[in-house]
Ligand binder design. Structure first.
Ligand SMILES: *Cc1c(COP(=O)(O)O)cnc(C)c1O
Length: 403
């Protein structure tokens, strides 16, 4: 790896990225997190583990994913050459399976027989139910009751795959409460159970481990752009919910000083309290669900309501490594509103024949906004984190004339 050790060697032993990250959990989970860290470190250095992961990523998930030159969109915007990293073409429709697969192999190594997960929109739940089916493990997915209604199709998919989907009725009845419920289950059943956390969030070692399982995105993109263009891109762009697809793309490029990186958060209805999920726009430093990072909270430290048209970006905290990269000035964070994302969603469908996930549409919207600042000789690589099949009904409410 040619990248600078300061970024590549993060986090430290205690799971800190600078002042961010760490491990804020009940005492009962400390042993399990230690066990997980030790086993993960061993697996990372075990060629047999890596070979099995690589083979399954290829044959079960469909890696490597293409790096696609969006020729017509590039022409329309009249700015840089735009390449799309096609994570939307992976099995189950998004990048999430990279991590779910890595973690279930780890669970097998740990001798665990039961898998739990949280899910918001249902994408991580589907990825987890998929790998649990593949490895014959019992699977329980916690999902907010509101999300279960909004994402009914994914609930059906999970059940078809043999998972039990448990409705969470607490609080806002969405993702945050589902994570709490999963953590509660894990405390109780930690001997038999592995918790497959779905983003670069939570207590150490999750942010590091989830990042590592998604680094394949950036490693491939780096190799592919060098093959196609003979040089590195000027700009990398990815949407940021918890931050797993973004850190997966960015991480292998962190040492390349001339490569600029921008993470795009959900601007929702605009940057007003309770109307967005852009943690770097008016967020506070705090602790949520095991990690210290930027989050959206009021003056008493109560977590605020969040809003985004895309469920996958609708979360009050950002992954701690992103907080660190922002503090270091290595990565910039911007946002796109619901309207801007919906506009980009429609444009890329019409002009490139690709219906993107609404999450990914935030990254597309950002590129639309800044295209004028770049010249024809510049190169942008955008992570198309998922496909939009799941979002068609949601989008139809906004985009099509009502019947
Ligand atoms: C879940 C999801 C996201 C957001 O999660 P990150 O951890 O920030 O990557 C983005 N895009 C798609 C398609 C998703 O399913």
């Amino acid at each position: 790896m040619s990248s600078a050790p300061t970024f590549q060697s993060m986090p430290d032993e205690s799971g800190h990225f600078g002042t961010f990250g760490g491990r804020f959990v009940p005492e009962t989970l400390m042993a399990a997190l230690n066990e997980l860290t030790v086993e993960y470190t061993a697996a990372k250095n075990d060629p047999e583990f890596q070979q099995e992961l690589k083979q399954l990523l290829a044959d079960f998930c469909g890696r490597e994913t293409p790096l696609y030159f969006a020729e017509r969109w590039t022409e329309k915007l009249g700015g840089p050459k735009i390449y799309l990293k096609r994570e939307d073409l992976l099995h189950t429709g998004a990048h999430k399976i990279n991590n779910a697969l890595g973690q279930i192999l780890l669970a097998k190594r740990l001798g665990k027989t039961r898998i739990i997960a949280e899910t918001g929109a249902g994408q991580h739940g589907v990825a987890t139910a998929t790998v649990a089916a593949r490895f014959g493990m019992k699977c329980v997915v916690y999902m907010g009751a509101v999300d279960m209604e909004r994402q009914h199709l994914n609930v059906v998919r999970m059940r078809l795959l043999g998972a039990e989907v448990v409705a969470v009725e607490a609080g806002q009845r969405t993702l945050k409460e589902a994570v709490n419920e999963a953590l509660r289950d894990w405390v109780t059943n930690v001997r038999s159970t592995h918790y497959i956390l779905g983003s670069a969030l939570g207590p150490h070692p999750y942010p590091m481990m989830v990042r590592d399982f998604h680094r394949v995105i950036g490693e491939e993109a780096r190799r592919q752009i060098l093959e196609k263009e003979g040089r590195l891109p000027n700009l990398l762009v990815a949407c940021v919910g918890g931050g797993s697809n973004a850190i997966g793309l960015f991480h292998p490029f962190l040492g390349d000083e001339d490569v600029k990186m921008v993470g795009v958060e959900a601007g929702g209805h605009g940057i007003k309290h309770g109307e967005h999920a852009a943690r770097f726009q008016g967020g506070k430093l705090g602790v949520l669900q095991g990690t210290k990072t930027w989050l959206l909270a009021d003056d008493d430290g109560q977590i605020e309501l969040t809003h985004s048209v895309s469920a996958g970006l609708d979360y009050a905290a950002v992954g701690p490594e992103h907080a660190f990269l922002q503090a270091e000035g290595r990565v910039e964070y911007d946002f796109a509103t619901d309207d801007e994302a919906l506009d980009a969603f429609q444009e890329i469908a019409k002009i490139e024949g690709i219906i993107p996930a609404l999450e990914s549409a935030h990254a597309l919207a950002y590129v639309k906004k800044i295209a004028n600042n770049y010249s024809n000789s510049d190169i942008v690589v955008l992570n198309l984190s998922g496909r939009g099949d799941k979002d068609v009904e949601q989008a139809s409410k906004y985009l099509l004339p009502s019947e």
